[in-house]
Design a protein around this ligand. Structure first.
Ligand SMILES: [Zn+2]
Length: 160
């Protein structure tokens, strides 16, 4: 099911739309190989007809599967658009496309979710990445433990 609003249903009362938008329906064109959308988008919206426009208010939620750019660990990141507000003019140059009294909200959801995608997904803000663990602390040990030969030398002298 795509996310469409029938304007005729809005004439006397507000509509509440709650449900899930399947991935096929959303058709997110994700060009980032570090991010995957694995679950449907949840929406919970109230739609109101104004004089010459439609007002949509509510929330949209989706969970992304990301891969950390630093340590390559996989993690889930939730995107939540709350409140999500959409104002769709029905008149004038900016007016929304209406097909058979229906307005498709899917493109607007798609666009706003894509804007929220992380540019550089990180499993945590200060992720140290892969390299620090192996190279960071190794240099602190080692150093001045080379004093034993003199002790042995003293023992040698005692034996004599
Ligand atoms: Zn990481």
């Amino acid at each position: 099911m795509s996310l469409t609003v029938n304007l005729r249903h809005l004439e006397n009362r507000n509509l509440v739309l709650r449900g899930e938008l399947s991935l096929a329906e959303l058709d997110l064109d994700v060009r980032d190989e570090l991010i995957r959308v694995a679950q449907p988008v949840e929406y919970d919206l109230e739609i109101e007809k104004l004089d010459d426009s439609v007002l949509v208010q509510g929330e949209i939620r989706v969970t992304l599967e990301c891969e950390c750019v630093r340590c390559l660990k996989k993690f889930a990141q939730e995107i939540e658009l709350n409140p999500w507000t959409l104002h769709l003019p029905l008149e004038g140059e900016e007016k929304v496309f209406v097909d058979n009294d229906c307005v498709d909200l899917t493109p607007f959801v798609r666009e706003d979710i894509l804007l929220e995608f992380p540019q550089h997904p990180l499993c945590q803000k200060d992720c140290a990445g892969l390299n620090k663990k192996s190279s960071g602390k190794a240099q602190k040990t080692g150093g001045k433990t080379e004093t034993k030969p003199s002790a042995w030398a003293k023992l040698d002298k005692l034996k004599l």
